[in-house]
Design a protein. Structure first.
Length: 335
């Protein structure tokens, strides 16, 4: 759907994989794509509902499966205003795999039957732990221009409004010259906003550098490339995941956890509340109410006054990927 998404998908090293844009949801576009690709199955993730795509797949008897299905209560209320149309649309699916019982209930209220659905858990809990090595950590920090003794916080997937809050909250400490400096690495969710973030730094009087141009005097480093977050999290002392200080609902809180780095996040976690609960219950991070509280907690962590557990393996697995995969392979064998 986006240039960034296409670029990331294109980096997947899978033999025979072809990557392309989803067609515009108009019948002429969808039908041209269907004729060209002639898919054996369509698998849709989470909440994407494209009426023409779904109905055309059904018309062509192409099996349609929803994986990692989720729906907020707000979205459920909006969809119920068109309950008849939604029931007809959702009847086109062969099977649904939901993240939670709450997600399943919201789809059931829209007409999804229990015989076509199951709660499988969150696929994001099935992600593998990344290999953590001091050599790799040192290499990543060197590329950033961050010294080994510096305290580095990576703010990943930040959204509009969050960068200003973070820079304002950390401004005093970012300008402090001390043996263990604070380094703030910001990776905006949407790279087209990088110029906006530069301007925020300028207006705050905070020196910044762009990834790839080493500047050991810049306390803020802006990331203008996709696909670096896992490395950045691995090299950091603490992480923050965006979409949580502004009312977005949160992005993937588990990414830093799988790299062995504790994570901080704001109060808005409606999209990722299961991951937030898991992190809090295992002391893999903390929830904050504001950017100022985030800065205060970081100061305590840097001083050694707060310690978090570090995940050493991926013991918690929801088996969501395996359950969906078994169904898909079985269904494909009958196509």
């Amino acid at each position: 759907m986006t240039d960034a998404g296409l670029k990331i998908a294109g980096q997947l090293d899978i033999y025979g994989l072809t990557v392309g844009y989803l067609p515009l949801d108009s019948l002429p576009s969808v039908r041209r794509s269907m004729r060209a690709i002639n898919p054996a199955m369509m698998i849709i993730a989470e909440t994407e509902i494209w009426p023409n795509l779904i109905m055309e797949a059904n018309r062509r008897s192409i099996p349609l499966v929803l994986v990692n299905g989720r729906m907020t209560e707000g979205a459920s209320r909006r969809y119920r205003r068109f309950s008849g149309s939604m029931k007809s649309l959702l009847s086109c699916y062969d099977h649904f795999f939901f993240k939670t019982n709450e997600d399943a209930d919201r789809y059931h209220r829209l007409g999804v039957t229990t015989d076509k659905s199951e709660v499988a858990g969150d696929m994001k809990f099935d992600a593998p732990m990344l290999t953590h090595s001091e050599g790799r950590r040192a290499e990543i920090r060197h590329r950033l221009g961050v010294e080994q003794q510096d305290f580095m916080i990576v703010a990943g997937s930040t959204r509009n409004g969050e960068e200003a809050l973070l820079i304002e909250a950390f401004a005093t400490r970012l300008s402090t010259d001390s043996p263990t400096r604070l380094q703030l690495v910001i990776a905006p969710r949407h790279l087209e906003r990088i110029d906006d973030v530069k301007q925020i730094c300028i207006e705050a009087g905070v020196r910044y550098a762009i990834y790839g141009s080493i500047d050991t005097y810049a306390p803020v480093i802006l990331i203008n490339q996709m696909g670096l977050l896992n490395d950045l999290y691995m090299a950091s002392d603490i992480s923050f995941v965006g979409g949580t200080l502004v009312d977005i609902g949160g992005h993937n809180l588990l990414e830093p956890v799988w790299t062995g780095t504790p994570v901080l996040f704001g109060p808005y976690v409606s999209n990722v509340w299961e991951a937030a609960a898991y992190i809090l219950s295992n002391n893999y991070g903390a929830k904050v109410s504001s950017a100022r509280e985030l800065a205060e907690i970081v100061a305590h962590i840097q001083a050694g006054e707060i310690k978090f557990a570090v995940k050493g393996d991926n013991a918690l697995s929801s088996s969501a990927t395996a359950r969906a995969g078994d169904f898909i392979l079985g269904r494909l064998s009958n196509v």
